[in-house]
Design a protein around this ligand. Structure first.
Ligand SMILES: [Zn+2]
Length: 362
């Protein structure tokens, strides 16, 4: 199911297989929470070259409902996407605006739309994801809020581990099940959680609870602890990381899979990736710049239009500008992943990384 093809120190290229699908790691997944990326279609995502997206099973359970999607052939058929679909289980919603009560048994969510209460258990979280047809499923985890004290994190970590065991015991679907390492920003708890998840024989391991407000150095420190305390025969997925510089630095630490709203989110605020760093297209200096955002980019925006034209679209608040900018940032990340994979295959990841940072201003 996961085979390592080549390694450059800790960075590695692998092949992940499930349900007749294959994907090379390291890869990035655009966020597709409600089975639709924002402003672009799932066909655009496919055309850019992405072979994996992540949906949220709890959000889909609320609307349009797991039974409904199952009845219509599962997520792949319903949204017409035949590649990898990862699903998150709802842990992240615990720190969002879904008020909740947690106990060892499970978590009670309140639907922010209509106030309905829903009780999710580790077992039901696995069942939803299986019924939706997910290729890679996440265990239900108890995600502590950013800034939780150590006592609170210890408490929630106990529950995350208890739930992981129950998810593992209950999982008999066709998808791969990932356990999620938590432990906030406490090195000893991260280490304990990594060792615990490693002992449960999951198909993959996720690093959760980072990129939620902690300092960047903490994110790297915790990621390194997690990588160093699991066996290296499974894919390692760092949840919520999606800037070019963070992806490169954590591939270097040994991470295989990424997802994040970041590239699409900043595109909607006119911030675009280039090989020299990020630019803000609404800056006056682009009014007369008739070059594309990035010379060698094959996205629709760069192939057909200039920065001056995009600047114009932004100034007249044309919705098309947001679509074009989203396509560009997602293409940039996809191309970056492809270049990372090629450089690992050719044993020159270190050179590629150094060259990237020589040009890229953060
Ligand atoms: Zn482009």
């Amino acid at each position: 199911m996961f085979k390592i093809i080549n390694e450059c120190k800790k960075a590695r290229i692998g092949l992940l297989e499930v349900n007749g699908k294959k994907i090379e790691t390291p890869f990035f997944m655009p966020v597709n929470t409600k089975m639709s990326p924002k402003l672009i279609s799932i066909k655009d995502v496919h055309n850019i070259g992405y072979k994996a997206v992540i949906c949220n099973s709890f959000v889909l359970y609320l609307d349009p409902g797991v039974e409904f999607i199952k009845k219509h052939g599962g997520m792949h058929k319903f949204m017409n996407f035949n590649d990898f679909i990862f699903t998150d289980s709802g842990g992240f919603q615990m720190i969002m605006n879904f008020e909740n009560k947690r106990s060892d048994k499970g978590v009670q969510f309140i639907n922010p739309v209509n106030g309905d209460k829903h009780f999710v258990t580790p077992e039901s979280a696995v069942k939803f994801q299986n019924d939706l047809g997910a290729d890679c499923l996440m265990c239900l985890d108890d995600l502590p809020k950013h800034g939780a004290n150590k006592k609170e994190v210890i408490e929630s970590l106990k529950r995350t581990h208890l739930w992981a065991e129950r998810c593992k015991k209950d999982h008999d679907g066709k998808g791969l099940l990932f356990g999620i390492i938590q432990g906030s920003i406490f090195p000893d708890l991260r280490k304990e959680s990594a060792k615990f998840m490693d002992s449960l024989d999951f198909d993959g391991i996720s690093i959760g609870g980072l990129c939620i407000g902690e300092k960047k150095e903490k994110m790297f420190e915790m990621t390194k602890i997690c990588v160093d305390n699991v066996s290296r025969n499974r894919p390692l997925y760092l949840m919520g990381v999606g800037s070019p510089e963070d992806i490169l630095k954590t591939v270097d630490l040994g991470v295989d899979i990424f997802d994040s709203r970041f590239p699409a989110q900043i595109a909607r605020h006119e911030s675009l990736f280039t090989k020299k760093g990020r630019i803000n297209i609404d800056n006056k200096k682009f009014k007369n710049d008739f070059n594309p955002i990035q010379e060698d980019c094959k996205c629709e925006a760069c192939k057909h239009f200039s920065k001056a034209y995009l600047y114009h679209l932004v100034k007249i608040k044309e919705p098309l500008s947001q679509r074009l900018m989203t396509l560009h940032n997602l293409q940039f990340i996809q191309d970056l992943m492809e270049n990372i994979r090629t450089s690992i295959k050719e044993n020159r990841f270190e050179e590629f990384k150094n060259e990237f940072f020589k040009n890229y201003k953060t």
